[in-house]
Ligand binder design. Structure first.
Ligand SMILES: [Zn+2]
Length: 320
């Protein structure tokens, strides 16, 4: 990860959420979710507004926190009950993938900004996501990627618009929290070439890579972990009492996409060079050893399911 060190203090507890295919039992108490306001941030908030944070017109639309097409892909034609979501305030299958607080940010964009103005960003995201789905079986072993493999010769525009897609998500998250959206982010979405105070980086999560391999070994032709999408914890930072930084991150399978805003900083962005670095996160020997029991558990679960499906095929007298 290229997340820069912050010189302030983290003031929010982790607020992460994830959605994946499958149905499980809802468990766990209700806790503070990503849309709930943490009192620790109250002194940093700006007055609530009904204006679009991007252009200032009346805000009358809600952006999806997880792209609608991604949720449709996870649902695999079986509707919202095939999408399982875990977050700080929710654990269970979804009631809808089209609307509601579990899949959308609050109303903080106008229809034009949420529609035609950001359509190129959506297209770039769709292209990148399709690339991940098509190439997930080998990408886990690669420490870098050539952007032309994703966007062709027009990679500079594609990679920058992909950053703008996540920049828009970051803006919606900040507006949802009544936190000021950095002017530089707005200029970047308006078409500015760079956004130095926000670092855009990607990484491979080793835990995800290893889980993906187990899943693909047991389900040949399957999509591995790529149907597991989610948001990463989003801590905010202050410097001398001023709001000075926040992290936004999400993952598609084992690939993490992270945008880190640090006021008045100069950071690298993934669209600056053709070669995209994909460092391995959680991949130290100690981390791997700590994760082994979970992997062994996954192997055991898959093996047990296989035995169960085989015994169903046997004549009755051999059934257990
Ligand atoms: Zn607008």
């Amino acid at each position: 990860m290229t997340t820069p060190p912050h010189d302030g203090e983290a003031v929010t507890p982790p607020a992460a959420e994830s959605a994946d295919a499958g149905r499980r039992d809802a468990t766990g108490p209700k806790r503070r979710g990503p849309l709930a306001h943490n009192p620790d941030l109250d002194h940093l908030r700006i007055p609530p507004s009904d204006k679009c944070w991007w252009c200032g017109s009346k805000a009358d639309t809600q952006e999806h926190r997880f792209k609608h097409s991604s949720l449709r892909r996870v649902a695999a034609g079986k509707g919202p009950t095939n999408v399982f979501k875990v977050s700080n305030d929710y654990s269970g299958t979804l009631k809808s993938i089209s609307k509601g607080v579990q899949v959308k940010w609050p109303k903080n964009l106008c229809a034009n900004c949420n529609g035609s103005r950001s359509q190129p960003f959506d297209y770039a995201y769709d292209e990148f996501e399709a690339f991940l789905f098509d190439n997930g079986s080998w990408l886990g072993g690669r420490s870098s990627l050539d952007w032309t493999e994703v966007f062709g010769e027009d990679w500079k525009v594609g990679a920058a618009n992909l950053a703008r897609y996540f920049g828009k998500q970051l803006g919606c998250m900040l507006a949802a929290q009544n936190l000021l959206v950095p002017a530089e982010l707005v200029q970047f979405l308006d078409g500015s070439q760079n956004c130095p105070s926000i670092g855009f980086s990607m990484a491979r999560n080793w835990r995800g890579v290893s889980a993906d391999r187990v899943m693909r070994r047991h389900d040949r032709g399957g999509e591995g972990l790529m149907n597991f999408i989610g948001l990463l914890p989003a801590p905010a930072y202050t410097t001398e009492g001023r709001f000075s930084g926040i992290d936004y991150g999400c993952h598609i399978g084992y690939v993490w996409m992270v945008a880190t805003w640090r006021a008045e900083s100069q950071q690298r962005a993934w669209f600056e060079q053709r070669e995209l670095s994909l460092p391995l996160f959680n991949g130290s020997v100690r981390e791997k050893l700590r994760w082994l029991p979970r992997l062994a558990g996954m192997e055991y679960k898959h093996a047990r399911e296989k035995v169960a499906s085989l015994t169903k095929l046997l004549p009755g007298k051999f059934k257990r």
